[in-house]
Design a protein around this ligand. Structure first.
Ligand SMILES: NC(=O)c1ccc[n+]([C@@H]2O[C@H](COP(=O)([O-])OP(=O)(O)OC[C@H]3O[C@@H](n4cnc5c(N)ncnc54)[C@H](O)[C@@H]3O)[C@@H](O)[C@H]2O)c1
Ligand SMILES: Nc1ncnc2c1ncn2[C@@H]1O[C@H](COP(=O)(O)OP(=O)(O)OP(=O)(O)O)[C@@H](O)[C@H]1O
Length: 293
């Protein structure tokens, strides 16, 4: 099996994770490739018994790899998507962070769950992504699509912005707010949820438009079909505003029309039979903890 490994940080618990992971790899024919910066951090600590090949960007990650293992939190999973892009390489997240909605394999589950990938005992959960486009946009790496959400927000000001939204060319609304979130089902448990948006099961073919602190109190989160093409335009006191794609940020001139639609590819997340999305939801949202039910 050809496995790519990615992590953003080297922390105290990285050593334990790497050791457990390689203990599982032993006894299986594996070809491992590391993201270069993560590899250098691990190498410095003399954790590895042999030398490994590295990749530094998505072009260097070979399409024929069978899986990418992301070591970190949800933020690291989001960044993993920028390496995998349209390559169809399944992504498995080992959670070294806190919440772990996307990185679902906990550190103490590595020895029990990781062997299942060699026995083909896992499912793929395909996740919808969003793409961004506007005139003059520079297609920088990782700045043209999002797994969680695309957000517009104010920049260098406390005053609200007005976000005009059209759906397939039809005028929907002008949101007067701190910003607006266009979320995928995956992102529905992230920023959108914090702003009152609904939870969506990953397989649902929908997107959510969630205003961030709207001043018009009758503006509400709206669920739309995921084949909708959105056109947004921001006006406000400042000459520029921000657009975020997951954890990545762009500065854009106000009055620029920009377009959001789902990408032609999906990110394949690895899901184990005992770690399905609804179980993660129950665990993370503490459902069932209320002693009255
Ligand atoms: N107020 C908020 O809730 C808020 C604000 C900004 C960004 N975010 C989320 O953070 C993401 C970026 O992550 P980061 O690590 O770079 O930022 P970060 O370090 O600020 O972490 C944000 C938190 O959001 C969680 N998160 C990320 N994706 C999630 C998902 N799909 N479901 C449930 N929780 C999720 C992470 O586990 C983390 O606890 C954004 O895509 C956005 O969804 C949330
Ligand atoms: N490779 C790693 N090894 C060990 N610990 C890590 C690694 N990557 C991340 N962490 C720990 O997880 C924390 C969060 O990581 P990350 O930025 O990926 O996730 P996050 O978006 O903040 O999400 P979460 O809330 O799930 O932790 C880091 O501050 C760090 O403590």
């Amino acid at each position: 099996m050809r496995i790519a490994v990615y992590g953003q940080y080297y922390k105290d618990n990285t050593e334990d994770i790497i050791e457990k992971m390689f203990a599982v790899f032993e006894g299986h024919t594996t070809e491992v490739i590391f993201e270069a910066k993560f590899y250098n951090a691990i190498k410095e600590k003399e954790l590895l018994k042999e030398e490994y090949a590295t990749f530094s960007n998505h072009e260097e990650l070979d399409r024929r790899f069978d899986m990418l293992i992301s070591i970190g939190g949800d933020g690291t999973m989001l960044r993993s998507a920028t390496y995998v892009r349209d390559k169809n390489i399944p992504v498995l997240g080992i959670n070294a962070g806190r919440l772990g909605f996307l990185a679902t394999v906990q550190q103490d589950e590595i020895e029990t769950l990781l062997p299942l990938i060699f026995e083909n005992k896992y499912k793929i959960s395909p996740r919808t992504l969003l793409s961004l486009d506007y005139e003059g946009m520079e297609k920088e790496d990782g700045l043209d699509f999002a797994l969680n959400e695309i957000t517009v927000s104010r920049k260098d000001t406390t005053s609200m912005i007005t976000v005009e939204v059209k759906l397939n060319g039809d005028y929907l609304n002008a949101y007067w707010a701190d910003g607006l979130i266009i979320s995928t089902p995956t992102g529905s448990t992230g920023y959108s949820l914090s702003c009152g948006g609904p939870l969506l099961i990953p397989e649902v073919n929908s997107l959510v438009i969630t205003p961030i602190a709207p001043h018009n109190l009758n503006a509400r989160p709206l669920v739309i079909p995921d084949d909708t093409e959105l056109e947004l335009k921001v006006s406000g006191r400042e000459p520029q505003h921000l657009i975020s794609l997951d954890s990545r940020i762009l500065t854009v001139d106000t009055e620029t029309s920009f377009f959001i639609k789902k990408t032609g590819f999906k990110i394949n997340m690895v899901e184990f039979p005992d770690e399905k999305f609804i179980k993660t939801l129950r665990k993370k949202l503490l459902w069932g903890e209320d002693k009255r039910n």
